[in-house]
Design a protein around this ligand. Structure first.
Ligand code: AMP
Ligand code: ZN
Length: 448
């Protein structure tokens, strides 16, 4: 029996016991970036959250298939490509590469798949044709639209009723839509932007269709376990994905809809369009990937976080304390030719219970903080209990790894050990002149 897990589902607006569709496997899809620019730091909050969820579910025995897409067909990409005199493909490939550099620095696990919208165009056209055939979509002169009135539960995810939504949306006088809420599935166009010849005619897909088709095709099934993204995607993007899934497959696409809170700058959502973005690549040039991860993990994934330099500096400092504690413990064990082993279940269980409750990272990090203190206390003692140091170090390293930190452990070399012994011998002989010669090397290793 696997550990019980509880997750907040935005669709049902409550924390629910997690029951995967299959016994041993969990499918996760979260919406990735539109690659027309360097992404800002906020774009990595969903990435880090679903990476943590993947690591946690893997730890309790699931095979996790975590997938995120690249939106590489979009009007913003066309506009930017034209401005830079590049093809859309050249532009998006460049920014995908920049995004992947950040994924690497943040120690994000390799995804099961990283589909690009441009690779699924025919599948999208077929999907839209099915909606035309069953009357949930209609053609106008310039576009193909989804007929929202066909979907009884439209608005459930974002907790809005159709009348309110309609009242809030004025229909553009030039629009050929039947209803203000109807959304574009396919733009029939022969303009200068990227376009495809398909059974629907020449044109390109709308964003909401891209994701639902990628979900269906990557997982080869109409319903998956978890679909996620930032809070901003609840409406209209995810609502519209669900509407299309209902129209074709009569499912809500995912059993759990998870939405991640915003990264804010001065209390306002960090966003490319608001011009208050801090680019992820710039932050990752100044702070370690571990510090950025810890900065995000310090707040529950559904709550907002404020970006400040001080918060990141504090995260860097806190992570350094973890890292130094771990290295020092490993070096103390190295000096006695001991390895770290033996899981301390009291810490492990408390830590895993915290994560099992809708990823309560604050409680999980509180366990790490207690371990840090205890391990440092043990290492300062004159008569050291190496069994305890060994099991605590093993547990500490394991918990830090589950949170996804990249731990570059440097074991002591034979030369390091030789110098340490010379240092100790000199001190025992009260030959401080000699011991001082070795002191700086020993300090560098972090053993003292
Ligand atoms: P976009 O490229 O704008 O479609 O965003 C890609 C992903 O980043 C989506 O899951 C968004 O919801 C998420 N996102 C965008 N801005 C923020 C933010 N300020 N805080 C957290 N997540 C964000
Ligand atoms: Zn999406």
């Amino acid at each position: 029996m696997k550990k019980q897990v509880y997750l907040y589902d935005t669709y049902e607006k409550k924390v629910k016991e997690f029951k995967p569709l299959r016994d041993d496997e969990v499918d996760i899809y979260y919406c990735g970036p539109t690659v027309y620019n360097y992404v800002h730091l906020g774009n990595f909050r969903p990435t880090i959250t679903f990476d943590l969820l993947t690591r946690f579910l893997t730890e309790i025995g699931y095979e996790v298939k975590c997938v995120s897409n690249y939106t590489d067909i979009d009007d913003k990409i066309i506009k930017e490509a034209q401005k830079e005199h590049k093809t859309e493909k050249e532009l998006s490939s460049f920014y995908i590469k920049a995004y992947e550099d950040c994924l690497n620095k943040l120690n994000i696990l390799p995804l099961y798949d990283h589909p690009k919208a441009s690779e699924y165009i025919d599948k999208m056209a077929n999907f839209i044709q099915q909606m035309l055939d069953n009357d949930t979509a209609y053609r106008t002169k310039d576009d193909i639209y989804f007929r929202v009135s066909k979907i009884k539960n439209y608005g459930t995810l974002s907790n809005q009723n159709i009348d309110d939504l309609e009242a809030g949306k004025r229909i553009d006088v030039n629009s050929q839509k039947e209803n203000s809420l109807d959304f574009a599935l396919w733009k029939l166009t022969d303009d200068d932007g990227i376009k495809f010849d398909t059974i629907l005619g020449r044109g390109r897909p709308g964003w909401h269709t891209e994701c639902v088709v990628m979900v269906n095709n990557v997982f080869h099934q109409p319903l998956i376990d978890i679909h996620g993204g930032g809070f901003d995607l609840k409406f209209p993007h995810h609502e519209n994905e669900i509407a299309q899934s209902e129209a074709i497959n009569h499912t809500r696409l995912a059993n759990y809809w998870m939405h991640v809170g915003f990264l804010l700058t001065n209390g306002v959502k960090m966003s490319k369009s608001l011009g208050n973005s801090i680019l992820a690549k710039d932050v990752l040039n100044r702070f370690s990937g571990n510090a950025v991860r810890l900065f995000f993990l310090s707040t529950h994934y559904r709550a907002p976080i404020n970006y400040t330099e001080e918060n990141l500096q504090a995260a860097e400092k806190q992570f350094n304390r973890y890292y130094q504690t771990l290295n020092k413990a490993i070096h103390q064990l190295d000096l006695h030719n001991l390895t770290c082993e033996g899981l301390r279940s009291e810490y492990y269980e408390e830590f895993m219970d915290a994560l099992a409750h809708d990823l309560n990272v604050s409680n999980a990090i509180a366990v790490i903080d207690r371990l840090t203190k205890e391990l440092n206390g043990l290492m300062m003692k004159k008569d050291k209990d190496y069994d305890q140091i060994s099991s605590l170090t093993f547990t500490y390293q394991k918990l830090l790894t589950i949170l996804g930190f990249k731990l570059e452990i440097k074991h002591l070399t034979d030369e390091d050990k030789r110098i340490y012994n010379l240092y100790q011998e000199a001190r025992e002989k009260k030959d401080y002149e000699t011991s001082d010669k070795y002191r700086s090397h020993i300090l560098e290793l972090g053993i003292l």
